[in-house]
Write a protein that binds this ligand. Structure first.
Ligand code: NAD
Length: 473
């Protein structure tokens, strides 16, 4: 049976091929976009706690660096495989280009179940991986970050190991960059640290990174609603004496019935890093989050206003799951609510649906039951191709993952930038820069979408490919 990595790769290559065809690119140019620059398959041994050596297989795939150094996370998972890492590296190229970052795309992975090893084994495995990739990463070459099952602590171990191995004239720093730094060891280390992002704060990480993906998603959603508002027909001009709308033209994206706008209701699937911050920041921005869920189920909030994400998280931590929060601590004791399944959450009659957990959750089976008018893909690949086509034809606006969740890599870029310049920014400054980057990224995709009368996803891929091709020139 085909593994999910292979399916993921096929679908990434399919949309690039389709976009390249629409753009009338030559076969060789298309092929170049599909094939990665380099596939590194690595094998290394690590001494385990029982004194025996264990062999690990890992990858670093560098897809395309037309716009700048390869950029992408490292995941630790037993199902990591070459096709999956290649698919993710390819999508990182698109995401970085969509976000307007001076980066290409890469991805790494180690085949390991991190829960099956001790903390000290995990540290040795992380450091061994850092050694294995050290000759082809660097602040101007390839900049890894955390991904599934890796975190700032693991990235901190990798950064330490990388710096330990690197002498001043070795990996990743050009002579041009070194010149002004001569004799300044601190600045030199800061630049070397830029080899990884997602570091702990005391190792050169940036404020604002933890919230960045959720925050960026809310910024993109607001940018979308502003555009819709500005294009929405003016009711004064458009009603005749019988109060009938006379010139109501549908939006270029095909969306209809979007008069809801503010305050909009939202359901968020997934209450991890991305889902939690999305829910929290959306509420702070005037949206009404009505339902959230995690792997064990969700809660539907029946109060007039938004549910309190901070309170819900506190309760989840106490009870171990969201479903356990039914009738506890302000979620429904006071305001009424009920437990719902993950399937129910996706089918709620809310304005905006935010899948922020897993891939393929909106698919052939449930697409006809989706009632939201806007879907913001905060997880990677939560809407299958089949459901995407069906819902888009129905007039649902789907904000594609490569745009919606690009706030994370955008703030990673700001971390890299601060390290390269030896600076430390306030969280406010990071958030302001993120706002500028997200609005700019959204505007370019929206304009392309309107101009070409194409859904946002196709528009995003086209903008990304155009940027890569013009950089090649
Ligand atoms: P996380 O592990 O912190 O959270 C995942 C959440 O999803 C958890 O609350 C988990 O309980 C929930 N979940 C798992 N199975 C579920 C199910 N069947 N139904 C409902 N909820 C379920 O992960 P995260 O960092 O929040 O990432 C979520 C998604 O966003 C992933 O697809 C990830 O690739 C993507 N993403 C994350 C970032 C980032 O910066 N963290 C950036 C870009 C994309």
């Amino acid at each position: 049976m085909q593994n999910t990595g292979t399916k993921m790769l096929e679908s990434a290559l399919e949309i690039i091929t389709k976009t390249a065809k629409d753009m009338r690119l030559s076969e060789s140019k298309t092929e170049r976009l599909l094939l990665p620059d380099a596939i590194h398959e690595l094998h290394f041994s690590v001494k385990m706690d029982d004194g025996k050596d264990r062999l690990f297989t890992a990858f670093r795939i560098q897809h395309n660096n037309a716009l700048g150094p390869y950029k992408g996370g490292i995941r630790f998972h037993p199902n990591v495989n070459r096709d999956e890492v290649r698919a993710l590296a390819t999508l990182m190229t698109i995401k970085c280009a969509v976000a307007g970052l001076p980066y290409g795309g890469g991805k790494g992975g180690v085949i390991i179940d991190p829960k099956s090893v001790s903390e000290s084994e995990l540290e040795r495995i992380s450091k061994a991986y850092a050694r294995a990739i050290s000759s082809f990463i660097g602040p101007e070459i390839d900049v890894p970050a955390p991904d599934v099952n890796t975190n700032p602590k693991i990235i901190g171990w990798m950064t330490d190991e990388y710096i330990k191995m690197s002498s001043r004239t070795r990996f990743g720093i050009s002579n041009k960059m070194l010149k002004p730094l001569q004799g300044k060891q601190v600045q030199h280390d800061s630049v070397l640290r830029a080899t990884f992002t997602g570091k702990p704060l005391d190792m050169g990480g940036t404020l604002g990174r933890t919230e960045a993906t959720g925050r960026g998603g809310v910024m993109i959603l607001k940018a979308l609603l502003n555009k819709i508002k500005s294009q929405a027909p003016n009711p004064k001009k458009q009603t005749n004496s019988n109060n009938q709308i006379t010139n109501k033209k549908s939006l270029d994206l095909g969306a209809s019935n979007l008069e809801f706008l503010q305050p909009s209701t939202i359901a968020v699937q997934g209450f991890g890093n991305v889902g939690y911050y999305f829910a929290k920041i959306a509420t702070e921005n005037g949206f009404q989050v009505k339902a959230v869920s995690d792997s064990k189920g969700g809660i539907l909030y029946a109060g007039q206003e938004s549910l309190d994400a901070v309170e819900v998280l506190k309760c989840k931590k106490e009870k171990g799951s969201l479903a356990g929060c039914y009738c506890s601590g302000g979620v429904c004791d006071i305001k009424k609510g009920r437990v719902i399944s993950n399937e129910e959450l996706l089918e709620l009659p809310v304005d905006i649906l935010v899948p922020a957990a897993l891939e393929n959750v909106i698919n052939g089976q449930n697409m006809s039951k989706i009632k939201a008018k806007i879907i913001v893909e905060m997880a990677n690949g939560p809407v299958t191709e089949e459901a995407y086509e069906y819902l888009t034809k129905k007039g649902v606006i789907i904000v594609p993952d490569v745009l919606a969740n690009s706030g994370g890599v955008a703030v990673s870029y700001l971390e890299w930038y601060q390290n390269m310049k030896g600076q430390t920014w306030t969280e406010d400054k990071v958030n302001k820069r993120l706002q500028v980057m997200m609005t700019k990224a959204f505007d370019a995709i929206w304009d392309k979408s309107v101009k070409k009368k194409k859904p946002l996803k196709q528009a995003a891929f086209e903008v990304a490919i155009e940027r890569m091709l013009s950089a090649h020139k």
